[in-house]
Write a protein that binds this ligand. Sequence first.
Ligand SMILES: NC(=O)C1=CN([C@@H]2O[C@H](COP(=O)(O)OP(=O)(O)OC[C@H]3O[C@@H](n4cnc5c(N)ncnc54)[C@H](OP(=O)(O)O)[C@@H]3O)[C@@H](O)[C@H]2O)C=CC1
Ligand SMILES: O=C(O)C(=O)[C@@H](O)[C@H](O)C(=O)CO
Length: 278
Amino acid sequence: MTALPIPNITLNDGKQIPQLGLGVFLVEPGETERIVIDALEVGYRHIDTARIYDNEAEVGAAIAKSGIPRDELFITTKLWNSDQEDPLGAFNASMDRLGLERVDLYLVHWPVPEFGTALGAWKGLIEIAESGRATSIGVSNFEIPHLQELLDNTGIVPAVNQIELHPLNQRRELRAFCREHGIAIEAWGPLAQGKSDLFERPEITAAAAAHGKTPAQVILRWHLQHDTIIFPKTTRRERMVENADILDFELTAAEMAAIDGLDAQHNFGPDPSTFNRR
Ligand SMILES: NC(=O)C1=CN([C@@H]2O[C@H](COP(=O)(O)OP(=O)(O)OC[C@H]3O[C@@H](n4cnc5c(N)ncnc54)[C@H](OP(=O)(O)O)[C@@H]3O)[C@@H](O)[C@H]2O)C=CC1
Ligand SMILES: O=C(O)C(=O)[C@@H](O)[C@H](O)C(=O)CO
């Protein structure tokens, strides 16, 4: 299985992350092994899963069957909200399901300010990183005050913040804060979860026509040119190929500016300040 020539981004801890991977939110457990094998065969080496996706075991099975050396893969999983008071126990359970000795990236999935346990969870992740079993640690869905609490109380800066980010929701203030503090941005919902008319917007279709690419490829390329890490989800092998075929063209400054202009601060997912699902 040959890896695609995906560029790496260097994180603030010196580790490298492939800028493009596959996300497996809403991939049924029964389908996950086949889909992850497909992605690895296509040449992906970065998989983003989470405890709450209920498919860690199947991701692990695909990794084991692939025979790809562990060091050539980049695997992320996440601490679910109801486990914030027991990060080590939850981490061990995720590792057992994945069948791995180490993950490349472990994230606090949501800040859940109502619980008041995110700082303790972050301290737990720091200990896990110190044990060497999570190579890098970060957070997801953290807004500026949630990040500030971690910085003020631990001085350990998350390597990434995984947030909802796409042309309709560009999170400029949060991205600027993260840039200032050396926190890499991972975009979830990079294609706006397929829930919008984004693929039909003239700013996208014009660039697609100009470069002989699809609207999805233009949107994903826009992310890459903003140095964002992406892992679009698809269950279809031909779309895995399409979504990775974005390394051979460059959006012009005018095309980037036109897509930048689509920001409507429209989120399709929950509000991180109030989301409290257990
Ligand atoms: N930290 C967090 O809170 C969250 C993290 N995530 C992570 O981010 C990943 C990506 O985000 P996600 O929410 O899945 O949304 P995406 O923006 O990746 O959109 C996925 C949707 O787009 C469709 N799609 C994929 N490729 C194409 C294409 N080339 N052309 C047209 N449609 C396409 C998929 O359909 P089909 O499968 O039929 O191809 C699916 O319906 C997740 O899988 C997960 O790993 C997601 C949500 C929240
Ligand atoms: O996909 C994720 O990573 C999420 O955290 C969310 O989609 C969340 O689990 C959810 O279901 C929101 O309704």
